[in-house]
Design a protein around this ligand. Structure first.
Ligand SMILES: [Zn+2]
Length: 317
């Protein structure tokens, strides 16, 4: 239990109460060190906390077995890593954050620190992140994709970019993967692919190359606007919001090669269906999708859902 109080005389105090299960001493010591070094956190005044029986006596058996098993396996894996430990925040979950609109206003439990390999505190932040598949509001059904294909999944790709802050952890992950290829620029087809390319380029301090749809090029062509310097010899990552057959990604790679640039990796927020997994193989490039969703597409005149008489679904957005 944590309270923030302002005493008479304007002293700000944080009161935290918990059972002492042996960790209080190290928590207080770690926070005291942080406060001493100028980190903006409360300076501990006391290590004496009363016991809280109602928390200690809670029935842990209500936690589903698969959650416990996953936690234990993850713990063993991280402990076996032998990586260098870092001091990180270990309790980054929703109940500890208070928001004013979209700004974080308060982060409780500031003494929940962990001395573990970086993957452990990183993972707690990742767990906070909203999954891409949730942001795209997937809708199952029987859809006319207006590309000559029918499919069993509809995604709201515009919704992916409605709140850029929710994409931030995913953009960082992608930037980590693509940045390992020593890139000069990130190229993405408008709209969504370019939005993602710009965000990744920003993190990596790389150049951003938006690719514009070129109706004169069939089946799906893109052109790059002229930049002040030649892109010849540049190592370029190509991104798209969702990759299905990979038509746009392939077209961008072809355009880059035509200007003597070298596509070196492909990144996407979503890979859809089996075709997406072949994109990297087809292009002979490493492919990094943040998430993969199963879906199927068929040529409209050979659609099994049409054949069995399933009516075409109208997307709800
Ligand atoms: Zn159909």
């Amino acid at each position: 239990m944590v309270f923030g109080l302002r005493l008479t005389g304007d002293t700000d105090v944080v009161v935290k109460a918990r059972a002492d299960d042996g960790r209080a001493v190290s928590c207080v010591a770690a926070q005291a060190q942080l406060a001493k070094r100028g980190f903006p956190c409360a300076r501990p005044d006391s290590a004496v906390w009363p016991a809280i029986d109602f928390l200690d006596n809670r029935d842990q058996a209500v936690v589903p077995a698969y959650v416990v098993e996953t936690a234990e396996r993850t713990r063993r894996r991280i402990r076996a890593a032998g990586l260098q430990c870092v001091l990180g925040r270990a309790d980054f979950d929703a109940q500890n954050l208070r928001w004013h609109g979209r700004e974080v206003w308060a982060v409780h439990d500031g003494d929940s620190l962990a001395w573990q390999p970086e993957a452990a505190p990183d993972a707690t932040i990742d767990a906070m992140a909203t999954g891409i598949a949730v942001l795209a509001r997937p809708q199952p059904g029987h859809f006319d994709l207006a590309t000559g294909y029918h499919g069993d999944l509809w995604l709201d790709l515009n919704a992916l970019f409605l709140r850029p802050a929710l994409l931030r952890p995913h953009v960082r992950w992608l930037a980590g993967q693509l940045g390992a290829h020593d890139i000069d620029a990130v190229c993405g087809p408008l709209d969504g692919g370019a939005f993602l390319a710009q965000a990744v380029a920003d993190v990596l301090d790389a150049a951003f190359l938006p690719a514009y749809r070129d109706p004169a090029k069939k089946p799906a062509g893109y052109h790059l606007p002229p930049v002040t310097e030649s892109i010849s010899g540049w190592r370029v990552a190509v991104t798209d919001d969702a990759v299905n057959a990979g038509t746009a990604v392939r077209a961008c790679a072809a355009e880059l090669r035509s200007q003597a640039a070298q596509p070196v990796a492909v990144g996407a927020l979503l890979a859809l269906g089996p075709a997406a997994l072949n994109v990297g193989v087809d292009l002979s490039l490493p492919f990094y999708p943040v998430e993969t969703m199963t879906s199927q597409v068929w040529p409209a005149d050979n659609c099994p859902l049409c054949a069995e008489g399933t009516p075409v679904t109208r997307p709800s957005f």
